[in-house]
Design a protein around this ligand. Structure first.
Ligand code: DMJ
Length: 629
């Protein structure tokens, strides 16, 4: 059968031959009515198309296109001026036309020059335009908040120079190589999941993030950026744009999601000015708000971000919320208010303050547990390590981040340190200072790896210490850093245990099997970094380098880095998890330890508890400024 549908105007018998025959119409039988109608339809369509082209093609395209600018050079004789007729039918006097041609060529030349030179302002204009387009497309996505325009201020020290000293330069390059190894293997084996299992080369999911994915990507963003790993950063950003989704049915840890995801996104925004990070941070912040729907406003530890239903950890004393969790939202939430123009985030934080300040504190100490329904303390356990740690860190940093205007936080921090000195800080027979845990008035002479962050905190707070106690705070910081170094130095692997004790004849050594592990934690290196920055004593770089060598020897495996089960074993087994904080914190603090002080300088940035840098909010500036109308 001939393809009659393709050749509707031919009779079946003549169709094939006629198609390629120029005389087809002469030999044809007369058209039927329907054929005539269809022919008319096609013809009128063609006419419409031609008119459309004439009227709707933009003028600029005609000016810039040589084809459209070809005049027919038809001279119309007569008494009037000589006329040229353009291909679109318009008539011009000949000399006017050559003037237009000249102007046009000049404009083209200028445009070309401009493009070649691309001065800073033009680059800036293009960047801003691109950002606006990106913001518009982000805003159109489901769940994306509508945000006011902000004045993005150029970040100070977001990228650094290579250190001039060759040894430091080499060491810094080594840390970057470690980051590449961790990142590339995550990308190869677990891309898009929360973490990597570096031995089984599989994806690792932790229930801390519910169904939210991509913890390693968000946590690593700023480390990639400051290390100048541009391609990797681009991949991470693209993944975030396309895949980071908070519309999931999942119960998450409010604290963990805040410090890693909100903190990571905020830092990425402040380092780059890319709108997608601001939008995602605020979107996630809004999802966390239902956690504060408790009688006191002290948030739940766990929240289903779809249903908005919250609860506390089943193991927490009498249904309590945890001090280190609800007390470690402040820095991120203050910035969320800055960037969204919505005061609700800051209000939630000030309410937590109010609740805490109304309560009596046993011996001036803050118990780790607080019931969000009654507003009363749970068990009287106090710790500067797990369950308490970053609450104190955020008091100091709230003061620093507010450009030292938040004097309430300042007082709370220095009063707390005073109480630690009286009730928790002790010296071992061997002369090691440590911070013990307090259980209802009794001391447990144990210090956690987590507690070692306090070395850095005391150093950072030394400068503002009241009554000329600055030197004292710095000494305390140095002693805690030394004790933590000892906890590393006294192991076979030269990596420190999860907790170490000062009783039963031991000092700075773990005695219980379940305290001997090391999961790539950053706190000891964090303390070295602050001590280096604030004293420039070379021993802190030396101690940091020892940690690098130990990590390389014991934790590096073919497909990434893994924690170990026993730091005292010379052949420890691996736990098969590359924690996202290894990329966010451990490697970042190591890199900063081997960088000059102008990379993320401490008088411009504060690090959240996951090492995500947030800028100090200057008292004389408002970050959010409504667009002038
Ligand atoms: C990190 O997620 C943060 O530093 C947190 O404050 C405590 N623990 C881990 C790393 O050890």
């Amino acid at each position: 059968m001939p393809p009659t549908t393709l050749l509707p105007f031919t009779t079946p018998s003549t169709s094939r031959k006629s198609v390629n025959n120029s005389s087809v119409l002469i030999n044809r039988p007369a058209f039927r009515l329907t054929e005539k109608f269809l022919l008319l339809l096609v013809f009128s369509g063609f006419i419409t198309l031609c008119f459309g082209a004439i009227f709707f093609l933009p003028d600029s395209s005609k000016l810039l296109s040589g084809v459209f600018f070809h005049s027919q050079q038809t001279s119309i004789s007569g008494n009037g001026p000589k006329l040229d007729i353009l291909s679109d039918g318009r008539e011009f006097e000949g000399d006017k036309l050559s003037k237009i041609r000249e102007d046009h060529e000049k404009a083209l030349r200028e445009a070309k020059d401009t493009l070649q030179k691309l001065p800073e302002e033009i680059k800036q204009d293009i960047k801003e335009e691109k950002e606006k387009v990106a913001q518009d497309s982000v805003n159109k996505k489901e769940g994306a908040p509508r945000l006011p325009n902000v004045v993005f201020r150029k970040p100070v020290g977001a990228t650094g120079r290579e250190p001039t000293d060759p040894e430091t330069r080499e060491r810094q390059a080594k840390i970057k190589e470690m980051m590449k190894h961790a990142w590339e293997n995550y990308k190869r084996h677990a891309w898009g999941s929360n973490e990597l299992k570096p031995l089984s080369k599989q994806r690792h999911s932790s229930n801390l993030f519910g169904n939210i994915q991509g913890a390693t990507i968000v946590d690593a963003l700023d480390t990639l950026y400051i290390m100048g790993m541009h391609d990797e950063f681009k991949d991470a950003k693209e993944w975030i744009e396309k895949n980071l989704d908070f519309n999931v049915h999942a119960e998450i840890s409010v604290f963990e999601v805040n410090i890693r995801f909100v903190g990571g996104l905020l830092s990425a925004y402040y380092l780059t000015g890319e709108e997608v990070f601001r939008t995602k941070a605020v979107e996630l912040g809004e999802k966390l708000l239902p956690a504060f729907n408790t009688p006191t406003g002290i948030p739940w530890a766990l929240l289903n971000i779809k249903s908005g239903i919250g609860r506390n950890w089943p193991w927490a004393s009498g249904g309590s919320s945890i001090l280190a969790e609800f007390g470690t939202l402040h820095l991120e939430f203050m910035h969320l208010s800055q960037l969204s123009g919505n005061p609700v985030f800051a209000e939630k934080m000030m309410n937590i303050r109010k609740v805490l300040n109304r309560l009596d504190k046993p011996q001036g100490l803050y118990p780790n547990y607080l019931n969000p329904n009654s507003g009363q303390w749970g068990q009287h356990h106090v710790s500067v390590g797990g369950l308490g740690d970053s609450f104190y860190e955020y008091l100091l940093k709230a003061w620093l981040m507010s450009d030292k205007t938040d004097e309430e936080a300042q007082k709370m921090y220095y009063d707390a340190v005073q109480a630690f000195e009286t009730h928790l800080i002790r010296k071992s027979n061997g002369g090691l200072k440590y911070i013990a845990e307090w259980k209802g008035g009794l001391l447990e002479h144990k210090m956690g790896h987590l507690t070692c962050f306090a070395g850095g905190m005391f150093a950072l707070g030394a400068d503002g210490a009241p009554e000329e106690r600055s030197g004292h705070h710095m000494e305390l910081a140095a002693e805690i850093a030394r004790t933590c170094h000892e906890s590393y130095d006294r192991t076979a692997t030269k990596l420190g245990p999860e907790a170490f004790r000062f009783d039963g004849g031991v000092e700075a050594i773990a005695t219980r099997q379940n305290e001997k592990y090391y999961i790539l934690r950053p706190e000891v290196i964090e303390a070295y970094m602050y001590m280096w920055r604030l004293t420039h004593d070379p021993k802190y770089r030396q101690w940091g380098w020892e940690a690098v060598q130990a990590l390389e020897k014991t934790c590096r495996v073919a497909a990434g880095y893994s924690g170990i089960r026993d730091v005292y074993s010379s052949q420890p087994t691996h736990d098969d998890v590359q924690q996202s904080f290894f990329l966010a914190e451990t490697l970042k603090y190591l890199y900063l330890l081997f960088s000059d002080d102008d990379l993320l300088p401490l008088d411009h940035w504060v690090f959240n508890t996951e090492a995500h840098p947030l800028p100090i909010i200057r008292k004389d500036s408002r970050a959010v400024e409504k667009e002038t109308e």
